[in-house]
Design a protein around this ligand. Structure first.
Ligand code: SAH
Ligand code: SF4
Length: 466
């Protein structure tokens, strides 16, 4: 979501003459789009701000203009000015469409103020009534994959989570606006669209008939109406919002890819209750059964929290058991991080750091084995791979299978943005290696494949934002 928002902010600033710089050292404006989901993510802001401080001579109006946007801006507000007086503008996730106004006002102040250090910073962290999407410019996307934000905010209030406080109440974009944006993205070359939302399957957008559509119906309309859209994915979904129509869509819509990120967080009923997740471990199992019945080829991904307040050894064992029973193709796992203002942070029974570390390690070891098993099962099989970018090595392209597994292939650059059948010839820790089928120029399946190591960070490491 932050990647999507950052791209929109860059587009908003373009008419003012700003374009992306290769380094903050050369920039006239530095914008931090921040994440507040865990403590590590929010603390990063202050260490990064510290790095640009020397250039800024500690005062506003010197050096680059500094903007802090996103969920830390929303949660910390004026406190950021106190901790980092070099910041010029603070802007929440629901008000970033106002970025051009604030930047222009700040530019004017810079030109007219003789006492820079006294210039007040500007802040807008409201939750406006008018949806920001109506005020955003048309997106410009490069390459065959694109993000499309269709839903924002959350009304579920899980005990550990800050999202309802930083992103606000659930909002779904109207169907027509989603379809129009998807058509535009496809016209620009997108073939694989990831529909985004903090709780994307809580989508209930208004159609032109005045009816509310769920995500299943929206996906069917995207598949039917958007010519050239080959692959549809969505993230992040909540188990409670997987309705029958969406489950059925997994079996009925060929463009809906057989990969689903469906976070369960814990495999213990007591912890799930303490988390206020609103479902049990067996509800999750049953849901996975239904999904696999609808789409036998489906692979699953999840999020796990190790050491939520009140989690005892037995609860942790229950999580390991659920992981073992379900079998995940990939997952993100995190140590519980107390977030200010959330009920879990005030819970008496906080878990010691070393216990959280140990439990996280065990969860990750199991998930790593499961990912390796999923990758190994691909050996010798062929998949349509959509090539997304160049690899690190000459003549190498990286693409993804329908299951979202990254594959390295020796292939001509002309295949970039295209799909081709690839036979999987080797397995790395975080990606696959393959050879093009029916290509006389291609390496043989026994030739070594070079893996591009950065992909290793995409799987079991901390996810950069929610
Ligand atoms: N809406 C999604 C999750 C969005 S937040 C859902 O309900 O599943 C993304 C992930 O961050 C969560 O799934 C959770 O695993 C993790 N997370 C959120 N708050 C956290 C916290 N306080 N400590 C550790 N991990 C957290
Ligand atoms: Fe909402 Fe997901 Fe956060 Fe729960 S974890 S409050 S469902 S965003």
């Amino acid at each position: 979501m932050n990647v999507y928002d950052s791209a929109r902010m860059a587009e908003l600033l373009a008419p003012l003459g700003y374009e992306a710089s290769d380094s903050p050292d050369n920039a006239d404006l530095v914008l931090f789009n921040t994440c507040h989901i865990r403590e590590n993510a929010s603390e990063k802001l202050y260490s990064e701000l510290g790095r640009i401080k020397p250039a800024k001579a500690e005062a506003r109006n010197h050096g680059p203009m500094v903007v802090v946007a996103g969920c830390v801006a929303q949660a910390a507000g004026e406190e950021i000015f106190r901790r980092a007086p070099q910041v010029d503008i603070i802007l929440g996730p629901q008000t970033y469409h106002r970025l051009p106004e604030l930047v222009s006002a700040s530019e004017r102040t810079r030109m007219t103020t003789s006492r820079p250090s006294k210039t007040p910073g500007m802040i807008d962290i409201a939750f406006p009534d008018e949806p920001k999407f109506d005020a955003l410019p048309a997106p410009k996307n490069e390459g065959p994959t694109a993000f499309l934000s269709i839903q924002e905010g959350c009304d579920k209030f899980c005990a550990f989570c800050v999202v309802p406080y930083t992103r606000g109440a659930e909002f779904s974009r109207p169907v027509a606006s989603v379809l129009a944006e998807a058509k535009l993205l496809v016209a620009q070359g997108a073939k694989d669209i990831m529909l985004l939302g903090q709780n994307v399957n809580a989508y209930h957008g208004e159609a032109q008939t005045g009816q509310e559509w769920g995500l299943g119906r929206l996906i069917r309309a995207l598949a039917d109406d958007v010519e050239g859209l080959e692959r549809i994915r969505y993230t992040t979904s909540h188990p409670r919002d997987m309705d029958e129509d969406l489950i059925a869509a997994h079996g009925e819509v060929p463009a809906l890819m057989p990969f689903l990120h469906l976070p369960v967080q814990s495999g213990d009923d007591g912890v799930l209750k303490a988390m206020n997740r609103g479902h049990s471990r067996d509800d999750y199992r049953l849901l996975v059964e239904k999904l696999r019945k609808a789409c036998p080829d489906l692979v699953l991904s999840s999020d796990f929290i190790a050491g939520h307040p009140g989690e005892n050894d037995r609860a942790h064992e229950n999580t390991l058991k659920l992981i073992a029973d379900i079998g995940f193709a990939q997952a993100f796992s995190f140590k519980y991080s107390p977030r200010p203002g959330t009920p879990a942070a005030a819970h008496d029974d906080q878990i010691p750091e070393e216990t959280k570390n140990k439990r996280l390690f065990e969860i990750q070891a199991l998930l790593k084995d499961q990912q390796a098993a999923h990758y190994a099962a691909c050996l010798g099989k062929s998949y349509p791979v959509l090539f997304e970018r160049k690899g690190r090595y000459e003549g190498q392209l990286i693409g993804r299978t329908p299951h979202y597994f990254p594959v390295h292939v020796s292939a001509a650059e002309s295949l970039m943005g295209q799909s081709a059948m690839v036979q999987i010839a080797s397995v790395g820790t975080a990606s696959l290696g393959g050879v093009l089928q029916h290509d006389p120029q291609s390496t043989s399946p026994t030739d070594p494949v070079h893996f591009d190591s950065p992909l290793a960070t995409e799987t079991l490491q901390e996810r950069p934002s929610c």
